[in-house]
Design a protein around this ligand. Structure first.
Ligand SMILES: [Zn+2]
Length: 401
């Protein structure tokens, strides 16, 4: 009798237990965020890769081959045109907030990011970015801050999350604003994280530690001001794709996981209206998406990949000019000229404007725009992301609510 009761209880409890096998959410969740990546950024990159194949169009990035396509509104609570902090919060927490807020509402009440909810449900958590780990997008998934630029205060909130893997180019504001506080990486180590700079250090400790922070090796002693646009364009010691492979390997396949992976420099180069670096940043982000897609192919029934953006940056268009003779975009010529003039274009906005004009690439702003952003998805529950959605719906759809 006791045995029978135990079995019955186990079935009832098992039925109630919120594990990934009996809910509508996927066991393995990839949320890929191209910071500032609008529809046109994709069009331009596909035009470029088509030209490499000797065509005017038709070549596709991995993300645009996904079966479900939607478009997502991005406005925040008090502005038509949002920022990465408010938009990241809307995505992570499922609620609109005011400009610049991270993980809190307009009255500074903490909101619950989906990463915390999933951790509670037994998921391992990985947050990854190609820019510093305390920039607005990753921060929206672990921190609560009035000001997105309080880098040191944001980084100090990582330990309370207990998230297993946090990776990025480095840490912004290593020493805090008054400069005499404990260096951020030392603080994180004191609080139980292994902080690794570069792949070699990561390999040494990855098998034995429970929580890890991964940064590019050259970022060890750098201050935020030393991150430059050239850094974003130039190859770093680990690409975003490589770091995503490391995150997947670290989290393992035994327990469910959630990975947020951000192509962060897309926004940086778009702010500066740099056409060729923009294309390269989209390609690098797509290479990371291809890593997630390889994982999906091994576990198609249990995996979801959602690719979107927090907002659009730059108002870029494939075409600029006022006559029919401006309708051919000669990528070979543009790339050749970029090699000659990139040094000048990085420093001089006028020279860069001239470059873009001759390339027939239009940019309307050095800031964000209020346009909708694309959503590409594949896998378990991916159909929910097709059609018109709002950024506050992403959390609930991923959580299977
Ligand atoms: Zn931006």
């Amino acid at each position: 009798m006791i045995v029978v009761l135990t079995v019955v209880m186990a079935v009832i409890l098992g039925g109630c237990h919120n594990d990934s096998s009996n809910t509508t959410k996927a066991k393995y969740i990839f949320l890929m965020i191209g910071d500032g990546m609008g529809h046109s950024h994709i069009d331009i990159t596909e035009s470029y890769i088509s030209s490499k194949a000797g065509k005017l169009g038709g070549e596709q990035l991995t993300m645009t081959k996904f079966p479900f396509y939607g478009t997502c509104s991005t406005y925040c609570e008090d502005q038509t045109i949002t920022c990465s902090a408010a938009a990241g919060t809307a995505i992570a927490c499922g609620q609109k907030t005011c400009y610049s807020r991270i993980g809190c509402d307009k009255n500074y009440n903490r909101l619950e990011s989906m990463a915390y909810k999933l951790k509670e449900d037994g998921y391992k958590i990985g947050l990854l970015s190609s820019v510093p780990i305390n920039q607005a997008t990753p921060a929206a998934f672990y921190a609560c801050a009035k000001n997105r630029y309080d880098g040191y205060e944001i980084i100090r909130q990582i330990p309370q999350s207990g998230f297993e893997f946090i990776g990025g180019s480095g840490i912004e504001e290593m020493y805090g604003k008054d400069g005499d506080q404990l260096k951020a990486d030392k603080y994180l180590e004191q609080m139980g994280y292994e902080v690794c700079f570069g792949e070699d250090e990561f390999r040494e400790v990855a098998d034995t530690c429970e929580r890890i922070i991964l940064c590019q090796s050259k970022s060890r002693d750098r201050e935020p001001s030393s991150y430059t646009l050239e850094d974003a364009e130039e190859a770093t010691d680990m690409s975003l794709a490589t770091m995503l492979k490391m995150a997947i390997g670290y989290l393992g396949e035994d327990s469910p996981f959630f990975i947020m992976c951000e192509g962060g420099e897309i926004d940086w180069v778009a702010h500066a209206n740099l056409t060729m670096p923009l294309i390269k940043s989209i390609i690098k982000f797509d290479e990371a998406i291809a890593v997630a897609y390889e994982f999906y192919k091994k576990h198609p029934e249990e995996t979801i990949i959602v690719v979107t953006a927090d907002h659009e940056t730059g108002g870029i268009t494939l075409g600029q000019g006022d006559s029919w003779s401006d309708t051919y975009i000669d990528w070979e010529k543009i790339e050749e000229r970029w090699k000659q003039e990139k040094g000048k274009c990085y420093k001089d906005a006028t020279a860069n404007r001239e470059f873009n004009k001759d390339a027939h690439i239009g940019w309307t702003t050095s800031y964000h725009t209020g346009g909708t952003v694309p959503v590409y998805s594949i896998g378990k529950g991916a159909e929910k992301f097709s059609g018109r959605i709002d950024n506050t719906e992403i959390r609930g759809k991923l959580l299977g609510e």
